[in-house]
Design a protein around this ligand. Structure first.
Ligand code: PLP
Length: 420
């Protein structure tokens, strides 16, 4: 049997028939019909050769930009040797990456479990917390986003994504994000873990009070519960530190990574844990596994990506450019307070809040017409996030801010009608 070539030139139509009709409609509604072809740095290029300045960075994946030459070279090098592991002989790139992560993560985080996505990292952390504590409860936060597999979904904080899949995994209590007093009220001796994003990403780029993570850590210690930091979006330099927990000097028991870990080309997730948690594997080494997890290709690429991050001082770059962008956007907010109602973030993880999802959507469309890509946050459609590649040039960022200013000015003209 031969595979027939599709006839239609309209890729969106083929999306409609072969991928997801509802999603195809959303793309069409937003006027997003260009087909991605290639990219370099912060620039994405479509099949027609049109260039877009990408402030969405693959939802946080592209910290190093599109096709970073060193990362591509590492992929070629490893691909010539071994892509997937035999899983019988020892896997050198995987050990090298685990050792590097033990060095760069805070405190005594020292062992790594590898998987293939953010949600899988969360699943592993949740399971390990139950096995290590022999307790059943998890506490998570309203508005959290931890992924869409069953466990990760159960600790996430948006009903819309959960309702059709009930019953969810039992034993989850949710408390407001950033409110340590509320957390204290629900802690008890049955809590296996508290899972928290250092800065909520999909919840709308919510930065908690400075002492929040420290208080979460203390409450976990007092109750004998583990602290899981979900750094799938904040990790690997995004917020101005390699890991966002470093802003508050906190060492979680389990640190979840994915997205940018793979250098913009490989799917890879990881859970880095403290020694006490890893006793679970001493008793039963195969208690949690993944066939593809830690493949030589993914881990060799991730190790080179980490080296690039450190060599190019990408966290420092994120902090500097983030400060610049935040102050420019604050000034824009002061000019258009009815349209741009809030601006917040840390490093190059910035949220712009609008009065309604309609206004935010209109801004996205205005930006797209200016060949600037930005997306809203999944659990809060009133917020457009800016999470560009950290390699974005100073001049490119300046241009992005100019275009945002022009787009906000345009939306201001018709924003009232959208709200009504
Ligand atoms: N955790 C956080 C904080 C995320 O932002 C995401 C994805 O956006 C996930 C987990 C899930 O990652 P994935 O989509 O790779 O499963």
């Amino acid at each position: 049997m031969a595979i027939e070539e599709a006839h239609s030139e309209d890729l969106l139509l083929r999306y409609e028939h072969a991928i997801n009709p509802g999603l195809a409609r959303v793309f069409r509604f937003m006027g997003l019909e260009s087909v991605e072809a290639t990219g370099h740095g912060a620039i994405l290029v479509d099949e027609a050769g049109e260039e877009y300045l990408d402030l969405a960075g693959g939802y946080g994946v592209m910290i190093h930009g599109y096709r970073h030459p060193r990362i591509i070279a590492a992929a070629h090098h490893q691909l010539e040797r071994l892509g997937q592991s035999s899983r019988v002989l020892l896997n050198r790139p995987m050990v090298e990456l685990a050792e590097a992560l033990a060095q760069v993560t805070p405190g005594d985080l020292s062992y790594t479990f590898f998987c293939n996505s953010g949600a899988e990292a969360i699943e592993a952390a949740l399971k390990l917390s139950r096995a290590a504590t022999r307790r059943s409860r998890w506490i998570s936060t309203d508005g959290a986003f931890h992924g869409k597999t069953m466990g990760a979904l159960s600790v996430s904080g948006r009903r819309m994504y959960q309702a059709p899949f009930e019953p969810l995994v039992p034993g989850v209590t949710q408390v407001p994000f950033g409110d340590a007093d509320r957390l204290a009220q629900v802690m008890d001796a049955d809590v296996a873990a508290v899972i928290v994003e250092p800065i909520q990403g999909e919840g709308g780029i919510i930065v908690p009070p400075l002492d929040y993570l420290g208080r979460v850590r203390s409450l976990c210690d007092e109750a004998g519960a583990l602290m899981i930091a979900d750094e799938v979006q904040t990790g690997m330099g995004r917020t101005g530190r390699l890991f966002a927990v470093e802003h508050s000097g906190v060492v979680p028991d389990l640190l979840c990574l994915a997205k940018a870990l793979g250098g913009g080309i490989m799917p890879i997730g990881a859970v880095v844990g403290r020694p006490a948690v890893w006793k679970v594997f001493e008793e039963q080494p195969l208690i949690h596994t993944s066939t593809f997890g830690g493949s030589p290709l993914a881990t060799a690429v991730a190790l080179e990506a980490l080296r690039v991050t450190l060599d190019e001082k990408l966290p420092e770059r994120s902090e500097r450019l983030g400060t610049l962008a935040l102050s420019a956007l604050q000034a824009l907010k002061d000019r258009y307070p009815d349209v741009l109602t809030d601006v917040r973030g840390r490093g190059l993880m910035i949220g712009m809040e609008f009065p309604s999802a309609g206004v935010a959507g209109a801004l996205m469309t205005e930006l797209f017409q200016r060949h600037v890509l930005a997306v809203y946050t999944l659990n809060n459609e009133r917020v457009i996030r800016l999470i560009p590649p950290l390699v974005i040039g100073d001049a490119e960022l300046g241009r992005a801010l100019d275009e945002i200013q022009s787009a906000v000015a345009s939306v201001a003209v018709y924003a009232k009608e959208l709200e009504g």
